[in-house]
Ligand binder design. Structure first.
Ligand SMILES: CC(C)(COP(=O)(O)OP(=O)(O)OC[C@H]1O[C@@H](n2cnc3c(N)ncnc32)[C@H](O)[C@@H]1OP(=O)(O)O)[C@@H](O)C(=O)NCCC(=O)NCCSC(=O)CC(=O)O
Length: 308
C-alpha cells in the first residue's frame, strides 16, 4: 500500500494524540493560527512550464497551506452572512454580465478539464477495472491529468464566488449550497495530499458533473427558460455521483471487514468521503423532493413546465 509522505506527516506531527482523528484535529487547529502564503510557488505551479507537472510539489503546496485554506473558509462564511445581512434593506445588485461571464468561465473550465481527463480515466479503468481504479491504481496519473487534478482542487476555492453572486443578487442562500462549498473545499485540501486513487476519481467525477451544472447555470443566467426535466436531470446526475461514492466506500469497508483491504486510501480519507457523500446525498434528495415533487414541485419549475 502506498501512503505518501504528506499523509504520513499528517498522522505524525503530534506526539501526544493516540487516534488518527485526534492527530488530524490537532494539526488542523495549530495551522489555522499561522499565516503562510507562498505566491511564487503557486504561480510557478499554475504556470507549469515544465513538461512534467511536479505533482508532489502541488500536493506539498496544498498540505502546507492548509491553515490558509481554513482561514479563507472562515472568512467566506463570515463575509457571505454579513453581506446577506447588509443587503436586507437594499436593492439587489443585478450583476447580469458578471454572472454570465463567471458561469461561462466555470463551464469552460469544467468541460475542458473533463475532456482532458477523460482519456486517462478510460485508460485507468481499462487497466485496473472500476474497483482497482478507485482503490489500488498504484501508477501515478499522466502529467496533464495531474495538472488538472491540482487545478480542480484549487477551483473549489474559486467556487466560493458563486455564493457572492447569490447574496448580492438577494437570491435564497440555502444550507446545502454553502455547506457543500465549504465541506468540498476543505475535504480536498485534506485528502488531495494523500495521493489516494479514490480522491482522484472523486475529483474527476465531480469535474465531470460540473461540466453539466455550470453550463446549466450559464444558460439560466442568459435568461433562457429550460424545461423542468433539465433541472431534474442535473440534480439526478449529482445524486448519482453521491450514490457511486457511497457504493465505492461500502465496497472498501467490506474489503476491510474481510481483511482484503489493499486500497491506497487512508482511513480518515475513506471515512470523510463516506460521511460527506452521505450528507450530500441526504441534502440533495431533500432538495429534489422539495423542488420537483412536494406539492407538485416549486413554482419556478412548474411555470417552466408550462412554458415548454
Ligand atoms: C439544478 C441545480 C443544479 C440548481 O438548482 P437551483 O434551484 O439552484 O436552480 P435555479 O435554476 O433555480 O437557479 C437558482 C438561481 O441562481 C442563479 N445562479 C446563476 N449562477 C449560479 C451559480 N453559479 N450558483 C448558484 N446559483 C446561480 C440562477 O440563475 C437562478 O437565478 P434566477 O432565480 O434569477 O433564475 C440543482 O441540482 C442544485 O445543485 N441545487 C442546489 C443549489 C446549489 O447551490 N447548487 C450548486 C452547488 S452544489 C454542487 O456543486 C454539487 C456538486 O458538486 O455536484
Amino acid at each position: 500500500m502506498y501512503l505518501n509522505y504528506f499523509a504520513t506527516d499528517i498522522f505524525h506531527r503530534s506526539a501526544v494524540c493516540e487516534s488518527d482523528a485526534c492527530r488530524v484535529s490537532k494539526t488542523m487547529i495549530a495551522d489555522v493560527f499561522k499565516w503562510k502564503f507562498d505566491a511564487n510557488e503557486l504561480w510557478s505551479l499554475l504556470a507549469n512550464r515544465d513538461e512534467i507537472f511536479p505533482h508532489i510539489r502541488g500536493r506539498k503546496f496544498i498540505h502546507e497551506h492548509f491553515g490558509l485554506f481554513v482561514q479563507m473558509t472562515i472568512a467566506y462564511v463570515i463575509v457571505i452572512f454579513s453581506i446577506k445581512r447588509c443587503m436586507r434593506d437594499r436593492e439587489p445588485f443585478k450583476l447580469t454580465n458578471a454572472l454570465r461571464f463567471w458561469n461561462f468561465f466555470l463551464s469552460v473550465f469544467s468541460i475542458y478539464g473533463s475532456w482532458a481527463m477523460f482519456p486517462f480515466m478510460v485508460e485507468q479503468i481499462r487497466r485496473f477495472g472500476l474497483y482497482g481504479c478507485g482503490c489500488e491504481a498504484l501508477s501515478t496519473l499522466p502529467s496533464q491529468a495531474e495538472y488538472w487534478l491540482f487545478l480542480t482542487v484549487l477551483s473549489k476555492a474559486l467556487e466560493f464566488v458563486d455564493t457572492f453572486f447569490l447574496v448580492l443578487r438577494k437570491k435564497p442562500l440555502i444550507f446545502l449550497h454553502w455547506y457543500h462549498h465549504v465541506a468540498t473545499f476543505l475535504f480536498f485540501c485534506v485528502t488531495y495530499p494523500t495521493q489516494s486513487s479514490q480522491i482522484r476519481v472523486g475529483a474527476i467525477v465531480n469535474l465531470f458533473v460540473h461540466a453539466f451544472m455550470y453550463p446549466y447555470y450559464f444558460i439560466r443566467s442568459m435568461n433562457i427558460k429550460l424545461p423542468a426535466k433539465i433541472s431534474m436531470a442535473v440534480t439526478v446526475l449529482q445524486l448519482t455521483q453521491f450514490v457511486c461514492f457511497i457504493y465505492g466506500c461500502t465496497l472498501m469497508y467490506y474489503s476491510l471487514a474481510t481483511n482484503q483491504y489493499t486500497c491506497d486510501t487512508p482511513m480518515f480519507a475513506l471515512n470523510s468521503t463516506f460521511g460527506l457523500s452521505l450528507s450530500y446525498f441526504v441534502l440533495f434528495a431533500n432538495f429534489f423532493h422539495k423542488s420537483y415533487l412536494q406539492r407538485g414541485g416549486k413554482a419556478k419549475y412548474r411555470s417552466e413546465k408550462k412554458v415548454n
